[in-house]
Write a protein that binds this ligand. Sequence first.
Ligand SMILES: *Cc1c(COP(=O)(O)O)cnc(C)c1O
Length: 381
Amino acid sequence: MKFGTKAIHAGIEPDPSTGAVMTPIYQTSTYAQEAPGVHQGYEYARTQNPTRSVLEKNLAALENGQHAVCFSSGLAAMDAIIRLLNPGDELISSNDLYGGSYRQLVRVHGRYGLVSHFVPMQDLGSIAAKINSKTRMLWIETPTNPMLSLVDIKAVCTLAREQGILTCVDNTFASPYLQNPLDLGADIVMHSATKYIGGHSDVIHGAVITNNDSIAQQLRFLQNAIGAVPGPQDCFLILRGIKTLHLRVERACQNAEKIAQFLRNHPKVRKTYYPGFSDHPGHAIAKKQMRHYGAMVSFDLHTDTLEYATTVLANTQLFTLAESLGGVESLIGHPATMTHASIPLEERYKVGLTNSLIRLSVGVEDVEDLIEDLGQALDRL
Ligand SMILES: *Cc1c(COP(=O)(O)O)cnc(C)c1O
């Protein structure tokens, strides 16, 4: 089955009790038992919920996995994955990581004895240099935020597998439509379904997908034992969002390509970061492991001041100034003061994250309107 068909049909049957074509929201905390221990597979809704079960089957299919386990947020999903590790274990990740993931690794799991290293993962040598006998997991994010660097998933997974190290890919930025890390050798895929999978900026949700039965069993245990489960209405909203995932991402990628081209030719823009450009350092990797080049575009202004950035941010009408990404609506953000404010200035500048860097999450509106909106905001400079 191809992707669009899976998005709409995989794991989804008319509801067995009523024939409802769309998966109902089973808004219940418990289920009647005929006799003690005699039931239809559902006992208590932290452990099992039919709306959630359908979503998990669907998500597994989208990532070409056997098992999916859902959580109340992307970070709750990550927390469950990291709990597969033990105190004293080491993890290697990117120095250009989602801020919330960095915070959880260092300030939450660090307190319980996890040691995390952050390296430029585009450079395989920098990963190999940090591997030792305690290394248990590589945590990959690609494309990265907001610099849109590419990590070669297959190469990193091959390196890890040779040494018995698990790999997990945070696939949030690409979405399952653009990239399927399990096919490239990853052990685990994690999503903040809050972003492209949900796609309508109306729900917080997380998911983990794997082909490894033992990992799936441990995650299922953690889902129930810790209890960071999504409610049935949230699962319904994610299921509804998924039905148009391929259409939304396809259109958003087309829009992003045209916007990136417009920005690259604009006299007020010094540099545009977009993996679809043939001179982007990760272009060949993106071409190899992604279906399209994504719908995130970052750009830097010709004069590097906060004032310049603020002028653009304050004057777009269609692009809303907000955190997050992956919704149908276009968003504009300022990493230096918003998502990456906690990173020291020198560290930011080392990777090109300047005060005038602007990040776009391109939505599915008509691209002519989006370009006109950016053009009039840039004209104020
Ligand atoms: C948003 C995001 C997360 C966290 O997900 P939540 O659903 O907000 O908890 C993790 N990784 C990436 C790349 C994200 O964009």
